[in-house]
Design a protein around this ligand. Structure first.
Ligand SMILES: [Fe+2]
Length: 494
């Protein structure tokens, strides 16, 4: 482990002029002047990527240039664009650039007319045709107030990822001290207005570990509730009181607009989309938060027919997309947990929309759709489990009867349970849910995926301690394999 870490540090260090070359005298604080919030890319296609930056201390609208090259010194330029940091966009800049070469690592930077230059970022276009492998990092839930983003730093140092998939709670909207108190927020109050949400995103983007992550890999993101407000749905949030806080619709417009400005994605209308990595992987990115209808009051309502988590348009798109997909593996990535868990029945997740969940599973089973893997976050826990169509015909010893698998990535820093309480929860899940092959309710970390035509490998990787600045040491907590055509988990380590 130590040796591997040293090697990785060497590789990143060799990219002089990117992160290390632009660091301040203390070797840590980035000093990219007005580009201090870094650069980012997202939604990689075979020929296109979305590029993003923010220009601080800009007055009015300010022109910028984007350079994209095949080399880190930006000599072999493959694309350049004249852009504008508009005041109306809070001086964020977002541009989808097409005509790029497929399956390539690319480098880029932004420049002002005054000659100021951003850090050199690194990104990657998706492969085309026969892609031998795809590697992804899956992330969720970064409560800034609860600790350091060691997970982001660690993922930024893995040099062979194709993309980073973030399943929401990229920011938290809460007030200082309300949920965690290790690090202070700006603004200190709960986000409600456009200015608040912009400031919160801007504050997160000064975190050096997050800046490193976004500068190193293309991001594929979807939102969960805390980009808006706790347990949000289109009609409200239990933490939003219209009588004292104003119209919910206005707040939702503000949070959505700030998200669109600050995240390197193509569009938020709609947020759901699919990304292809050649013939190997089709990644269906869901909006499981803001298309849903009213949350159920109880379990009886949760099982009522006609209710939708996806909403009509997204549901049709997903069902047709899964049916038509020619990709060997179909990753279905949403914020909230898909699998049923009667032992803790989470009405904010798919448990609250049981009939639509069954319809989706019926589709996978009846159409014999192979290579389906559900990915989720939101829980601040780790899960690896089989997804049977019918628990009565499922064999937990062999996995037969399962039609897909689901993996939940742990939180980057948000807490759940600790010590004896966590162990008790895990024991309860194991007793009630034989399809759950791994569960952990305590540790922070991330999910590593490597996909080839024959199999998918998954590792839950945990960090030591998010409250300590030096607590980023990592270990593999569980390793699983899923063979194509045999949709169940096989534990291969550790
Ligand atoms: Fe969360």
């Amino acid at each position: 482990m130590v040796l591997r870490r040293e090697l990785l540090r060497g590789v990143v260090g060799a990219m002089a002029g990117t992160w290390l070359g632009a660091c301040g005298a203390d070797g840590r604080s980035p000093t990219w002047g007005r580009f201090r919030r870094g650069v980012a890319t997202g939604d990689p296609r075979a020929d296109a990527v979305v590029f993003w930056t923010h220009l601080a201390e800009a007055v009015g609208d300010e022109p910028l240039r984007l350079l994209v090259a095949t080399d880190e010194a930006l000599r072999d330029v493959v694309a350049s664009r004249e852009l504008v940091a508009f005041e109306s966009a809070g001086h964020t800049v977002r541009a989808e650039v097409d005509g790029l070469p497929p399956g390539r690592t690319l480098y880029y930077a932004f420049e002002t007319v005054r000659g100021e230059r951003s850090a050199v970022g690194r990104t990657r276009t998706a492969g085309e045709g026969e892609v031998p492998s795809v590697r992804l990092a899956v992330l969720s839930c970064a409560s800034y107030a609860h600790g350091f983003f060691h997970v982001y730093r660690n993922v930024s140092q893995v040099t062979n990822l194709d993309a980073v998939l973030h399943l929401g709670d990229f920011i938290y909207e809460v007030a200082d001290g309300f949920y965690g108190s290790l690090r202070a927020y700006d603004p200190p109050h709960e986000c409600r207005s456009l200015d608040d949400y912009r400031r919160r995103h801007a504050h997160y983007r000064l975190d050096p570990d997050l800046v490193a992550l976004l500068g190193m890999h293309p991001l594929v993101a979807t939102w969960d509730d805390h980009e808006h407000a706790n347990d949000a749905w289109p009609g409200g949030s239990p933490w939003h009181d219209e009588a004292t806080e104003g119209p919910w619709a206005e707040r939702l417009r503000a949070s959505t607009r700030a998200y669109a400005e600050w995240m390197p994605l193509g569009s938020v209308e709609p947020l759901w989309r699919s990304l292809r990595f050649g013939d190997l992987v089709e990644l269906f990115v869901l909006d499981t938060r803001l298309q849903r209808d009213r949350p159920p009051a109880d379990e009886r309502e949760a099982r009522a027919p006609g209710r939708s988590m996806l909403g009509e348009g997204q549901r049709r798109w997903l069902f047709e997309g899964l049916r038509a997909s020619r990709a060997r593996w179909k990753l279905v990535a949403g914020a909230v947990q898909f699998s049923p868990h009667p032992e803790f029945w989470n009405l904010d997740a798919w448990d609250g929309w049981a009939v639509e969940r069954d319809a989706l599973l019926e589709l996978v089973a009846s159409e014999r759709i192979e290579g389906v893997v559900f990915l989720c976050g939101d829980g601040h826990k780790s899960f690896a489990q089989d997804v049977p169509l019918d628990r009565r015909t499922y064999d937990p010893a062999t996995g037969r009867g399962s039609v897909a698998v689901e993996l939940m990535t742990p939180a980057v820093s948000s807490p759940n349970l600790f010590g004896a309480e966590a162990r008790a929860f895990e024991a309860m899940v194991r007793a009630a849910s034989p399809e759950t092959k791994f569960v952990d309710a305590e540790h922070r970390g991330w999910l590593w995926l490597e996909i080839t035509p024959e199999r998918l490998l998954a590792e839950h990787r945990f960090v030591e301690d998010v409250e300590r600045p030096d607590g980023g040491r990592e270990r593999v907590a569980a390793r699983f394999e899923v063979r194509h055509g045999e949709p169940w988990l096989r534990r291969t380590g550790p």
